[in-house]
Design a protein. Structure first.
Length: 333
């Protein structure tokens, strides 16, 4: 399952590997401390990010507390920068994936990795995105919840049945039996009750500051669209699977339009993973903090090779597996 040569990767890169960048919710205090302590490539990336945003992301991602890191306008550039710092470490070690994808916010570092966006453009767009989403959160009593153990079509029906309580829509198709809903707080609660009545195992309220990926975000769409129009988008040099459509991004202009649609549309992660199977992809690497996407890949695709890189041990093991002449270690998610 590995390739020492060829277009799919450099020495030790798993053949047909999908590079997956996580989104909001994967952050944790200290998530980049090991990167900054150990890897010059990561320190260089963070230094550039600090300068671009005039924000002490290096400090926040190494020693900031949960309260500071949990502010949406900070969370989003922090996660994107941490993912790109890991990407730089892996790329320097010879990692060459067959394709890339990002879950919601993660689509921005995925587009940087694919040559569509510059680091500067991606970080400035992400910071604006976080600020605008935070504004919606302060003005609208919104909520999100994960519905577990119920097929997506029944979750959609529960949302439609709760329309009398306000707006509630599907925000994330994360895995076949995990679907996230978003909207007005009362409507999300009503849809959650309907989902439990329809056979859901659990409905878990999410600790987020805004109702992401629903029509309530339309209030900030115009300003964000103007910001997207002001940034250059190049055609991908590496295949990118969009979380908006679940299919490949064909051009820079399409990538720009998809980021606009991403504000109010659902994340189609199940379709991303199904598309990756047809690439073909037979290995998955989560690039950045946390192990959320590793779990989604396993539960959606079954017995597949998955690696995460969210801590010093896992990252070191994967970098070691990329060295010429080394046999890759067993997957450690």
């Amino acid at each position: 399952m590995t390739s020492r040569t060829g277009s799919a990767g450099g020495p030790g890169t798993p053949s047909g590997c999908l590079a997956m960048f996580p989104g909001q919710g994967s952050q944790r205090p200290g998530m980049a401390g090991h990167l900054l302590d150990t890897h010059p490539a990561a320190r260089g990336l963070f230094a550039r990010a600090d300068e671009i945003l005039d924000l002490p992301l290096s400090r926040i991602c190494a020693t900031g507390d949960a309260g500071e890191l949990g502010r949406t306008e900070i969370t989003q550039p922090a996660i994107a920068t941490t993912g790109l710092a890991v990407w730089e470490v892996l790329r320097e070690a010879g990692y060459r994936p067959a394709a890339t994808a990002g879950h919601s916010l993660g689509e921005y570092p995925a587009l940087v990795a694919a040559g569509v966006l510059s680091l500067e453009s991606a970080l400035q767009l992400v910071r604006l995105r976080g600020r605008l989403m935070g504004e919606v959160a302060r003005e609208v009593p919104g909520a999100m919840a994960a519905v577990l153990g119920l097929p997506a079509d029944k979750v959609l029906a529960a949302c439609e049945g709760a329309e009398g309580a306000g707006l509630v829509q599907v925000a994330n198709y994360n895995e076949p039996l995990q679907t996230v809903i978003s909207g007005h707080a009362g409507a999300v609660q009503e849809a959650g009750r309907a989902a439990l009545d329809a056979g859901a195992d659990r409905v878990v309220p999410l600790d987020v500051s805004a109702p992401f990926h629903c029509s309530l975000m339309r209030a900030v769409e115009e300003e964000f669209t103007e910001a997207l129009a002001a940034r250059p988008f190049a055609d991908p040099v590496l295949p990118v699977i969009s979380s908006v459509t679940g299919t490949y991004v064909r051009s820079g202009e399409e990538a720009r339009e998809l980021l606009r649609r991403q504000l109010t549309g659902p994340v189609r992660w199940v379709e991303v993973l199904r598309t990756s199977e047809r690439h073909p992809v037979n290995a998955y690497t989560e690039i950045g903090p946390g192990r959320v996407l590793s779990g989604l890949a396993r539960r959606t695709l079954g017995d597949v090779r998955v690696r995460s890189t969210g801590d010093a041990r896992r990252l070191s093991a994967f970098v070691g597996a990329l060295e010429p002449g080394r046999q890759p270690a067993p997957a450690a998610s």
